[in-house]
Design a protein around this ligand. Structure first.
Ligand SMILES: [Zn+2]
Length: 414
C-alpha cells in the first residue's frame, strides 16, 4: 500500500473512533424541557430586563457575525491566493526564521483585520455596563491573548514544519500522535500556565459557604482540592463558574462577582453544576474528543496536501513548505467554522446533564431557578434566543430551558 493509502486508512479509523467516542460518551437521550414550561418561565422574567438583554444581543449580532465573515474571508484570501505565500516570502533567512516570522506575520494580519470589531464590541459591552474595563485593561487582555496565541501557534508551526522536514513521507503519522498528545498536555497545563495570565486565583475564604461547598463535594464523591475565586470583577460584571484541568490540576473556579451578587444558595447551585462536570469527567471527555479531532486534522492535512488545485491556488509546491502557512490558516479557519456548531450541540447536552446533577445533588429546584434567572439577568443573555442562533452557537441550554428543566424536576420529584 502507498503512504497515501495508509493515511486514508488511518483517517477512516480515527474518524470511526471519534464517532464511537462521541456516540457513547455524550448523553444523547435528553429531551428538552416542555415548551409550555419554558414560556411560563419567560413570562415571569422582568420584561424590561429581557428587553435590555435582547437589545444588547441584537447589537452584538452586528459585530459577531460580520467579524466571523471577515475573519474567514481574510484567512481564505491568505490561503487560497498567493498573498499568504508572498507575505511569508518577505521574511529572510533559513526555514526556521521563515516559519516563526512568517507565522507571526500571517497571524498578525488576521488579528489586525478583526481588531476593529473587537474594539467596537468592547464599546458596546461598556455601554451596557457588562464590561468594567477601560481601554488600558482591554488592550492588556488583548495583547496577552495574542501572546498566548503566538506561543501556541509557534509550537504548532515548529512541530509541523520540523516533522515534515524530518519525515517527508510519514510526518502525518507522528504528527497525529503529537497533536493528540499536545491537546492532552494542554488540558493539564492550561489551568496552571495560561489561566493565571488573565486572572488571579485565590482559595475561597474560610467560612460557612466554603464549608458547605467542600461538604457538597464530599457528599458527591468528587475529590476537589480547592474552590478558587477568580478576580473577574476587574473586567466584567458577569457571573460565572467553571471547572478546568484534569487529575491533579482539576479545580472549581467561581467568579468573585458571583460571590458578591448571588445568594449563597445560588452559589451552591452553581458549584453543584460544576461538580456534575467533574463527576462525569466532562473535561476528560472534551480532551479525548479534542485529541482525536486534532489527530484527524493532521492526517486530513496530509491528504489535502495532495490536492494540486489547492496548492496552485496558494502559490506553493507543497503544504510542507513555510510559504504554505497562509493555506494552513485557511484550513484552520474553515475547520473551526464547521466544528463550532458540532461542538455547541455536544456542549449543550453535557451542560444539561450537569444541570440535572445539580438538581439531584441540591434537591433545590427553586434555588436552581433563581440562580438561572440571576445569571441571565446580570449577564444580559437573551433568556430565549432565536432557535437558529441557539442551534448553531449556544454552548448551554437557554435560560428558559434550564428553568423549565428545574420545574419538570420539581414536578417529578414532588
Ligand atoms: Zn457547565
Amino acid at each position: 500500500m502507498t503512504v497515501r493509502g495508509w493515511a486514508w486508512v488511518t483517517l477512516i479509523v480515527l474518524g470511526a473512533l471519534l464517532a464511537v467516542v462521541v456516540a457513547v460518551l455524550i448523553p444523547w437521550q435528553r429531551p428538552p424541557a416542555p415548551r409550555a414550561d419554558q414560556l411560563a418561565a419567560l413570562a415571569e422574567l422582568p420584561a424590561d430586563r429581557v428587553a435590555r438583554a435582547r437589545a444588547l444581543r441584537g447589537e452584538l449580532r452586528w459585530n459577531t457575525y460580520p467579524a466571523m465573515l471577515v475573519g474567514l474571508g481574510v484567512a481564505l484570501l491568505l490561503g487560497l491566493t498567493p498573498l499568504g505565500a508572498w507575505l511569508v516570502g518577505l521574511v529572510p533567512g533559513p526555514w526556521l526564521a521563515k516559519v516563526l516570522g512568517g507565522g507571526l506575520l500571517v497571524l498578525a494580519v488576521a488579528d489586525l483585520v478583526t481588531l476593529p470589531f473587537a474594539a467596537w464590541r468592547h464599546t458596546v459591552l461598556v455601554r451596557y455596563g457588562l464590561s468594567t474595563q477601560g481601554w488600558g485593561g482591554w488592550a492588556g487582555d488583548l495583547l496577552k491573548g495574542y501572546a498566548v496565541g503566538a506561543v501556541l501557534g509557534a509550537i504548532a508551526l515548529l512541530g509541523f514544519f520540523g516533522l515534515t522536514r524530518l519525515l517527508p513521507n510519514w510526518w502525518w503519522a507522528v504528527g497525529a500522535v503529537g497533536a493528540a498528545g499536545l491537546v492532552v498536555l494542554l488540558s493539564f497545563v492550561f489551568p496552571v500556565l495560561v489561566e493565571p495570565v488573565f486572572n488571579k486565583f485565590t482559595p475561597m475564604a474560610d467560612g460557612p459557604l466554603r464549608t458547605e461547598l467542600m461538604e457538597l463535594a464530599a457528599r458527591d464523591g468528587v475529590p476537589v482540592r480547592d474552590v478558587l475565586v477568580a478576580d473577574a470583577s476587574r473586567r466584567t460584571t458577569a457571573l460565572n463558574a467553571y471547572v478546568s484541568g484534569i487529575g491533579p490540576t482539576r479545580r472549581i473556579v467561581v467568579y468573585d462577582t458571583l460571590l458578591r451578587e448571588a445568594e449563597p444558595a445560588e452559589t451552591v447551585g452553581v458549584v453543584a453544576h460544576e461538580l456534575g462536570h467533574a463527576e462525569r469527567g466532562d473535561v476528560v471527555i472534551g480532551t479525548v474528543i479534542g485529541a482525536l479531532g486534532a489527530a484527524v486534522l493532521v492526517v486530513g492535512l496530509y491528504l489535502l496536501g495532495g490536492w494540486a488545485w489547492l496548492l496552485r491556488r496558494a502559490g506553493v509546491e507543497s503544504i510542507a513548505e513555510p510559504k504554505a502557512i497562509g493555506l494552513l490558516l485557511a484550513v484552520a479557519a474553515v475547520v473551526g467554522l464547521l466544528a463550532g456548531p458540532a461542538q455547541a450541540v455536544v456542549s449543550r447536552l453535557i451542560e444539561a446533564r450537569a444541570d440535572e446533577h445539580a438538581l439531584e445533588l441540591t434537591g433545590d429546584p427553586a434555588g436552581f431557578e433563581r440562580m438561572q434567572q440571576r445569571l441571565s439577568l446580570v449577564n444580559l443573555s437573551d433568556p430565549d434566543p432565536p432557535a437558529w442562533e441557539q442551534g448553531l452557537f449556544g454552548s448551554h441550554p437557554t435560560t428558559v430551558e434550564r428553568m423549565a428543566a428545574a420545574r419538570e424536576y420539581a414536578r417529578t420529584h414532588g
